[in-house]
Ligand binder design. Structure first.
Ligand SMILES: [Mg+2]
Length: 250
């Protein structure tokens, strides 16, 4: 691993996780915000419509690699409830902010994360690359768990317009880290976006299975997770100590 000069990390279920109640709380805040804006919505009926629309938009984003945004499926869900509210309506913007505000006090670091990043910070260029539709919320979450100072580069799919595993987002990471692609390790938990994506882009993937190994719930996610395994033979770590050993820095 002597040739490695930079390390990229995924965010959710790699560096941080969220309390399982987060998604329910986020949904309640979203509905409450829309109701405050004067829209009369039945909780259960809207929830169901929202879920259905979200799944459709997210599945499409997964197929074509183009990132989507919550405002589109909120607008689509409102349509089914008899309201014609375009995605860029301020009532929807307020509802998106309300939804993600539930994450701000419900995300926490995987044990030893800051210590690991602190140990690597002066030795490697460090980057964060996450799939997250609403970029301002991702940046706020990263700030609140106090990770921002550790990273030279923070890239969010919602700002890039594409999402992992699309090669464009990894190219952006390589460019911003400013080293050769084969000098970059990419650490993530999700076999498709993180492992296959990094591998195809020419980075060295490392599969982290801390969440899986400790039976912690996968959050957040519109689509329920299938228990997939990477389809490539890959380096696997379960703790940050494993990563430091891999880099001969333990
Ligand atoms: Mg992840």
């Amino acid at each position: 691993m002597n040739h490695i000069r930079a390390i990229g990390f995924d965010l959710f279920n790699t560096l941080i996780t969220a309390d399982p109640k987060t998604l329910n709380e986020a949904m309640s805040r979203l509905i409450h915000s829309l109701q405050e804006s004067g829209l009369k919505l039945g909780n259960e009926s809207f929830k169901e419509a929202h879920h259905k629309a979200a799944v459709q938009f997210v599945e499409k984003a997964r197929r074509d690699g183009r990132e989507t945004h919550n405002r589109f499926w909120i607008s689509a869900a409102l349509h089914t409830q008899g309201y014609n509210v375009p995605p860029d309506d301020p009532r929807i913007a307020a509802a998106v902010d309300a939804y993600f505000s539930a994450f701000f006090h419900n995300c926490y670091l995987i044990p030893g994360t800051k210590e690991m990043l602190g140990a690597l910070k002066d030795l490697y260029r460090l980057g964060l690359l996450t799939n997250f539709t609403h970029a301002p919320a991702a940046r706020e979450i990263i700030d609140r768990v106090e990770l921002t100072p550790y990273f030279d580069v923070v890239l969010i799919s919602g700002e890039l317009g594409f999402r992992k595993p699309h090669p464009l987002v990894f190219r952006k990471l390589i460019e911003r880290l400013g080293v050769e692609k084969n000098q970059i390790l990419y650490v993530g938990d999700d076999p498709g976006p993180d492992i296959t994506g990094a591998q195809r882009a020419g980075l060295q993937p490392v599969w982290t299975t801390y969440i899986r190994d400790n039976n912690l719930p996968f959050v957040p996610g519109v689509l329920s997770r299938v228990e997939e395994e990477p389809d490539v033979k890959v380096l696997r770590i379960s703790t940050w100590k494993d990563l430091l050993s891999l880099l001969d820095k333990a």
